[in-house]
Design a binder for this molecule. Structure first.
Ligand SMILES: Nc1ncnc2c1ncn2[C@@H]1O[C@H](COP(=O)(O)OP(=O)(O)OP(=O)(O)O)[C@@H](O)[C@H]1O
Ligand SMILES: [Mg+2]
Length: 252
């Protein structure tokens, strides 16, 4: 089972602390992501989820703790160096270029990486296999697609870099509830490529369903860390979000 897996995790975060200038908002975050596995980071609004991802990616400076990628300490590396080592980050509310086609959006994802033409073609084909709807709509304007499809395109853009680790911040944000599960399932399928995924979400049930590990953050500290099997009944999460009283109220 997941909790008993050993070996070096792809991402290893220990006792991370970070914030904005003198304002500290993340106090103690530890979590792992293994290759081909998904760790979901849950928590209320303002808990520090986005700030944690920013520190993992290097956009925010760590003032405490460590971030290791594939056994290598990257805590002091700049964001572009972490990208080169295999990290990709799809930020909260990431928008695609509405007035460009689906394929042009993917090409743009590759141009910024200075990829060669043949490699670009190969990557784009791979993305179409992962997200068939993008292949079907390759010639259409990105703005003509649904919110869920645009989110898949944003993820596809990030995958152009062939990352080992994908950081996703609330891909369900702004989507109709009916398509949240679909987007989560698609994200879950990306694990089959060997990719490790750190997913930040507010959509608890749909994200835990595709997760291997679950961490809950509250006021900048991890308060629950467990395998997804262990939080199957979601009661553990309810406690973490609302306290024990919340669980009793909900079950009685
Ligand atoms: N640029 C910033 N400057 C100063 N404080 C910030 C900044 N961004 C976020 N914060 C503060 O840091 C804390 C954590 O915010 P963060 O965005 O990490 O939360 P979150 O868990 O991602 O919330 P949400 O679910 O609403 O996206 C909040 O108190 C927030 O007000
Ligand atoms: Mg956020």
């Amino acid at each position: 089972m997941m909790s008993e897996e050993n070996g070096t995790p792809l991402l290893r975060v220990r006792n991370l602390g970070t914030g904005y200038g003198d304002l500290r908002v993340v106090w103690d975050v530890s979590l792992d992501v293994r290759p081909g596995r998904l760790t979901v980071l849950l928590g209320r609004n303002g808990a520090g989820k986005t700030t944690t991802l920013r520190a993992v990616s290097g956009l925010n400076k760590a003032v405490a703790g460590t971030v290791e990628l594939d056994g290598r300490d990257v805590t002091r590396l700049a964001p572009h160096q972490r990208v080169r080592l295999g990290m990709a980050y799809v930020q909260e509310g990431k928008r695609v270029f509405h007035r460009q086609t689906v394929e042009q959006n993917l090409l743009l994802g590759g141009y910024t990486l200075k990829m060669r033409r043949a490699a670009l073609r190969e990557e784009i084909q791979r993305i179409y296999e992962l997200f068939p709807v993008l292949g079907e709509k390759r010639g259409l304007l990105a703005g003509s697609m649904s919110g869920g499809q645009q989110q898949m395109l944003a993820i596809g853009q990030a995958l152009m870099a062939r990352p080992k680790l994908l950081l996703l911040d609330e891909p369900s944000g702004g989507l109709a509830p009916a398509i949240v599960s679909e987007v989560m399932e698609r994200i879950g399928q990306l694990k089959e490529t060997g990719l490790g995924i750190l997913l930040v979400e507010q959509a608890v049930e749909a994200s835990v369903r595709v997760a291997d590990q679950v961490a809950v953050i509250d006021m900048g500290r991890v308060v629950v860390s467990a395998s997804a099997d262990e939080v199957d009944d979601l009661g553990v999460l309810r406690d973490a979000y609302f306290g024990r009283g919340g669980r009793e109220a909900a079950s009685g």
